[in-house]
Design a protein around this ligand. Structure first.
Ligand code: CA
Length: 712
């Protein structure tokens, strides 16, 4: 097997964050009594409506309903009519960059979160803007929490309010009619190296949110539920146990502590739940998909081994109190970034003639799990992608059977899937008519190398690391790197699959029109026959798609809408060994686009894929003696967004082609003073004049080299 390999330095998975200023507790800013009559109608929309699978005029929750199935009973757009699907309206979003979120539709209004966590409300039949709320993320950043990710995956609606979370850790409640802030609660302290990219989950008068950060500093994951009316904390659940010397918060933490060794609390342990929150009205439970270990390498965080609960698990919690109910751990002793934060879908299925209230879950580790949600018991698990770390999941014990060299302790191991996972946050959908799950799949491998680091190793806050010495991403040449799979959760095998050249494609939508919709990284938006996988329709949106589509029906017309804006971790700095689609920052217009049968809007074309030309500036007095210093600084601070070797992907300008680094004063204004903070370019206030100079000289060196010019 030939492979393209790109090696990254240990600890150079530098996820860079920004320190907030202002440590605040609950910042209630209630606007008082609202007596608007229309509000009463919105205020009555709560759990019964969100759980109503037959309700087709709205899209009320992240996964459409509380089941998170992303299945719509609408049939106007179907196998016969889908060929007439055309653009009905669009909204250009010139300030946006990466777009990954699922919009909501409530009573004719479409709500979505975009770049820098800006929330917008538009008319769902025309795209006409109604209101916009900018949470001023740039205004909440400080010296260390550098903005690295401008994304958020979604919002929640409950009783007349939109709930959104910000990168810097705030949970916001907005009046759905006016966009006015009802309350804002800080979910973690400003000086902690955490961030939020996930959608809050509203249910039963509460709003749940977690956070990310396992690679950014020593981290102990937790989720918190807030009162939807007031923003006051209702309950909190830690994912991993803390220092036993201080006692445990509950019996579940005491139980979990039995599965850890060494002084794990000094590393945090991780488990940060950054995605995957599902509310189950039938069992009054909330299911939380938990994160990977911090650091990745178990030998560092738990040197005597152990399962390390509740890493990489589904944990069921009492919806009212947050009390532990049960858990199922997909990757005991996690060591590969195999978190279980992928979506958790509720479905009633029948296995061997027996009805099961099931959870369907396809986490990073490459196994598709069917779990009985009455008990947390494993029903079945089979691999849905190339998997080498385990041979199978033992049906009796519910545990994976690892291959002998899966753990890279004292050595190295080639492991499939890669740390990107066989499936990530890109939503899967479940169609109860076909009985199939439509699953965006990645076939990538990774090489994990233990550099002999031991428990004395410490992750540096805001600089981050993984505790894995070296890794590379392996791209297969004998199977497709990406696949859209129709997965049969009963037979635990694919009904059909469509190979894809690029792995980083968007989440899916399925309908009773017997259709599956998916956007791809090459800009194509496609509809497939849900039963056979036959392609029925495609539309070239001219920019990579990373967000999942939704559908709703208003005034007798069915719409399919989605955000278009290539995004997510893959599209940022390092895109190892994969085809560069040419979706450039500032070149391709980010958009919200809605389709309908016989739509008559004319969508302006996008520029073709763009490859930046390195800027040649022969008069630049290149000092090669500081280029290496500049390369190290660039790798630490800049590469995560601007790209390895200064070759940019979609999320930030290509600095080889930028004139900004030519001028010392202008460069300092942008990089150190933060003059473009509101465009997601954070200030790096600690960089010295000398360091800025070294970065500028490195950029010039790379630009001239890549332009084929021998410097000086
Ligand atoms: Ca992770």
């Amino acid at each position: 097997m030939s492979r393209q390999r790109i090696q990254l330095l240990a600890g150079a998975i530098v996820v860079i964050l920004i320190v907030l200023f202002g440590l605040r507790g609950i910042d209630t800013n209630d606007t008082g009594i609202d007596d608007s009559p229309a509000l009463n109608e919105l205020a009555s929309i709560a759990d019964a409506e969100i759980a109503d699978e037959a309700r087709t005029g709205d899209w009320l929750a992240y996964g459409r309903t509380h089941s998170e199935q992303r299945f719509s009973p609408l049939t106007d757009i179907n196998r016969s009519t889908v060929s007439d699907l055309k653009v009905a309206w669009y909204l250009d979003l010139p300030q946006d960059v990466g777009l990954v979120s699922t919009p909501l539709v409530v009573d004719g209004v479409l709500y979505f979160t975009g770049t820098m966590n800006v929330i917008r409300a538009v008319d769902a039949t025309s795209g006409q803007p109604i209101w916009e709320y900018d949470p001023d993320v740039a205004g909440h950043i400080g010296s260390r929490r550098q903005v690295g990710w401008v994304h958020n995956r979604g919002i929640s609606f409950y009783k007349g309010r939109i709930f959104a979370a910000t990168w810097d850790g705030r949970l916001l409640a907005l009046d759905a009619q006016t966009g006015e802030l009802a309350w804002s609660s800080r979910t973690f302290d400003a000086d902690r190296p955490l961030y939020i990219t996930g959608a809050p989950k509203a249910f039963k008068g509460k709003v749940l949110i977690g956070n990310g950060g396992t690679e950014v500093g020593r981290s102990r994951g937790f989720v918190t539920a807030y009162d939807a009316d007031t923003g006051a904390e209702a309950w909190k659940f830690y994912v991993v146990p803390g220092n036993p010397a201080y006692g445990f918060e509950n019996a579940a933490m005491a139980m979990a502590a039995e599965t850890w060794t060494g002084s794990w609390w000094e590393h945090g342990g991780g488990g940060n739940a950054w995605h995957g929150f599902t509310y189950d009205p039938e069992f009054n439970a909330v299911y939380v998909g938990t994160g990977n270990g911090s650091p990745w390498n178990r030998r560092i965080r738990s040197p005597g081994g152990g399962d390390n609960l509740f890493l990489s698990s589904i944990v069921a919690l009492d919806a009212d109190t947050g009390a532990y109910l049960w858990h199922y751990q997909t990757t005991p002793g996690e060591s590969w970034d195999f978190n279980s934060s992928m979506d958790i879908v509720l479905a009633d299925i029948e296995v061997d003639g027996k009805p099961i209230k099931a959870i369907l879950h396809a986490p990073k580790n490459g196994f598709f799990y069917v779990i009985d949600r009455a008990s947390g018991r494993l029903v079945s698990a089979e691999p849905f992608a190339r998997v080498t770390w385990a041979t199978h999941v033992d049906p009796e014990t519910g545990r994976p059977v690892e291959t002998p060299d899966a753990r890279y302790e004292d050595g190295e191991a080639e492991i499939w899937p890669s740390a990107h996972g066989a499936h990530s946050w890109q939503a899967m959908s479940y169609n109860p008519v076909t009985g199939l799950v439509y699953l965006p799949t990645m076939n990538l491998g990774g090489r994990f190398v233990d550099m002999g680091l031991d428990a004395s190793w410490r992750m540096e806050e805001f600089i981050g690391g993984t505790g894995v010495g070296l890794f590379e991403i392996l791209v297969p040449d004998d199977i497709a790197p990406g696949m859209l799979q129709a997965w049969d959760p009963v037979k635990q095998e694919p009904a059909w699959s469509v190979p894809q050249e690029h792995p980083w494609n968007a989440g899916t939508l399925t309908t009773a029109g017997n259709l599956v919709f998916q956007g791809r990284s090459d800009g194509m938006f496609l509809a497939y026959d849900a039963t056979t996988g036959a392609e029925l329709w495609r539309y070239d949106l001219g920019l990579g798609i990373s967000a999942p589509p939704i559908t709703y029906k208003l005034d007798g017309r069915q719409y399919v809408a989605l955000l278009v804006g290539y995004g997510g971790s893959y599209t940022m700095g390092f895109t190892p060994g994969l085809p560069d689609e040419g979706w450039a920052y500032g070149v391709h217009r980010r958009r919200l686009v809605a389709f309908a049968l016989d739509g008559d809007a004319s969508l302006p074309p996008q520029p073709p894929p763009y490859k930046p030309e390195p800027l040649v500036y022969a008069d630049f007095p290149l000092d090669e003696s500081i280029v290496m210093q500049g390369a190290m600084l660039y790798g630490t601070y800049c590469g995560i967004c601007h790209g390895g070797g200064a070759v940019a992907n979609a999320m930030a300008p290509d600095l080889r082609a930028s004139a900004v680094p030519l001028d010392a004063t202008g460069f300092a204004e942008v990089v150190r003073e933060g003059s473009r903070a509101n465009r997601a370019m954070p200030p790096f206030a600690a960089l010295t004049d000398e360091e800025l100079k070294a970065i500028r000289h490195y950029l010039r060196y790379v630009a001239h080299r890549d332009a084929g010019i021998t410097s000086n």
